[in-house]
Ligand binder design. Structure first.
Ligand code: HEC
Length: 137
């Protein structure tokens, strides 16, 4: 299972990192900018989506809809499920999505490995920065 998730993550990350490779010849820094610099803008497409894909899509997709929540697009994630929207832009503490993944025994993901602190930090910062959509049109 872990391998499958890792593979999914790799596939999800590839297209979004590809453009950065163009300038990488001058010195590969590795990892997204958001993972390195606490003030760097967090991208929904490059930083947030791969985390949700790897850990949450399994149950929150158009076919499974656990908690009536589909996370497969920005619009559906923001719309939310049974409860109000899981994201309160600007306020990670009030966002159910963050509440569901923090603590010693997080509610989410309901099964499987819990999110790493760095991943939670990325999600929180994205919300704090306004939870902006940068899905390519
Ligand atoms: C193994 C399945 C599974 C995975 C993986 C999973 N969830 Fe869930 N999720 C559920 C179920 C089941 C519910 C409904 C719980 C309930 O209603 O009591 C739920 C509900 C939720 C809700 C509340 C929705 C609402 O409006 O009531 C949020 C927010 C949530 N999940 C976030 C996440 C996040 C973030 C991840 C990834 C880190 C994740 N989930 C991964 C099964 C899963």
């Amino acid at each position: 299972m872990k391998l499958v998730l890792t593979a999914l993550f790799a596939v999800a990350a590839l297209p979004s990192f590809a453009p950065q490779r163009v300038g990488a010849s001058e010195g590969e820094t590795g990892g997204g900018a958001a993972a390195q610099d606490k003030d760097a803008p967090v991208s929904y497409t490059k930083d947030v989506l791969p985390i949700l894909k790897a850990s949450c899509f399994e149950c929150h997709n158009p076919k499974k809809l656990k908690g009536k929540l589909d996370m497969s697009t920005y619009a559906l994630l923001m719309k939310g499920g049974k409860q109000k929207s899981p994201i309160v832009p600007g306020d990670p503490d009030k966002s159910i999505l963050i509440q569901s993944v923090i603590g010693p025994e997080p509610e989410m993901p309901e099964k499987g490995d819990k999110l790493k602190p760095e991943q939670i930090a990325i999600l929180s910062r994205w919300i704090k920065q306004g939870a902006k959509d940068d899905t390519p049109k």
